[in-house]
Ligand binder design. Structure first.
Ligand code: PLP
Length: 350
């Protein structure tokens, strides 16, 4: 476990100057109009809110996503509301159920809380196994579905998510993490959070929108749920956001054609990379719809492979305990992935 922790820490720390395909970041910065809007608002940085910027953001989200404005809340990224949801709706008495593998922030927060965390293997085709998730802890306080899932990139169909919403205990909360949804050609589950009072959808601008360091995220859910998540600070964190991020988000959200183009670019680079990997006789977890995939190494461990890639100035991702022979690779730019392929070939031939 100590070894694992050290490995995770090493994996999390960015290597400056390397090809960075270890943290599922976007390979490029914000959409140009977003970056321009952020620059323009810097001169009014003395104001908490220069010009009803929150309201403008919420109106833009409501228009793009078709959800009621009173259910939309903005955050500095999605990690904060993910942790608050955990603390608000799980407890030592009411556990948490997640897929396995999945994004582990909720495992950590759940462990801190003293809540029972039940990890349910994905199905054979890498969906969340919603029936097994409910059966594993029928009285949990919080069910978490990450779709597209980190680290597999695979999606869980909205029908499955809807089944869990309808069959879980009435007072349990279903949290759907859609950090990677913009990369996927798949329907969102956001309409569930638009009409049900027991579902929260998490969104972030850290991925396709290229704003990981600028910090902007969203929750969609009933105002009563938000009140429980902000009991100790009265929503303050949602009201004092970095205005550069808000301005960038407003200007980026509605650029449907550019969002589509970014998605198409990522898919083309991902598929080109996967074809190369297949030619080298390596297996992957199939069906990724996001900017990441898991690859299975033959005779080296993920830790050894991470070090071998680092020696080639390429920083790949890490492994998950349930898939101990695989590494997660994020999809970078075409140039990044060309360097990845060259490094891979060198390592395999060594
Ligand atoms: N959820 C998932 C599935 C993620 O992969 C990440 C980051 O990698 C986050 C949430 C949190 O990201 P942020 O706080 O930047 O929105």
């Amino acid at each position: 476990a100590q070894h694992e922790a050290a490995f995770a820490q090493q994996a999390a720390k960015a290597v400056v100057g390397a090809v960075r395909i270890g943290a599922n970041e976007c390979w490029t910065g914000p959409l140009p109009a977003g970056a321009e809007a952020a620059r323009a608002i810097v001169d009014q940085g003395n104001r908490y809110e220069p010009d009803n910027d929150h309201a403008k953001l919420y109106a833009a989200v409501a228009a793009v996503e078709g959800v009621p404005v009173e259910r939309i809340t903005a955050w500095p990224g999605s990690s904060d509301p993910l942790n608050r949801t955990t603390v608000a709706f799980a407890s030592p008495k009411r556990g948490i159920v997640t897929g396995n593998p999945t994004y582990e922030t909720i495992w950590r927060t759940g462990a801190w809380l003293g809540a029972k965390v039940t990890r349910v293997p994905l199905t054979a085709d890498y969906r969340h196994d919603v029936k097994a998730m409910l059966a594993a802890d029928p009285d949990a306080g919080l069910y978490y579905i990450c779709s597209p899932n980190n680290p597999t990139g695979t999606i869980t169909p909205v029908e499955d998510i809807k089944w869990l919403a309808e069959n879980k205990p009435k007072d349990a909360i279903l949290l759907i993490d859609e950090a990677y949804i913009h990369f996927a050609a798949t329907p969102s589950a956001i309409s569930l959070a638009a009409r049900r009072d027991d579902v929260i959808v998490l969104r972030t601008f850290s991925k396709l929108f290229g704003m990981a360091g600028m910090r902007l995220g969203l929750t969609i859910g009933a105002p009563e749920l938000l009140a429980r998540m902000t009991r100790y600070d009265g929503k303050q964190v949602t009201e004092n956001l970095p205005m550069t991020a808000v301005a960038c988000g407003i200007a980026s959200l509605t650029l449907a054609d550019q969002i589509k183009a970014r998605r198409a670019q990522m898919i083309a680079v991902r598929e080109e990379t996967l074809t190369h990997i297949a030619k080298r006789g390596l297996k992957i977890v199939p069906g990724s719809q996001a900017n990441m995939f898991m690859v299975e190494w033959k005779d080296k461990s993920p830790k050894e492979m991470m070090e071998a890639f680092l020696a080639q100035n390429v920083q790949i991702g890490r492994s998950w305990e349930v898939y101990p022979t695989m590494s997660r690779i994020s999809v970078g730019s075409a140039e990044d992935m060309q360097k990845f392929r060259l490094a891979l070939d060198k390592i395999l031939m060594a």
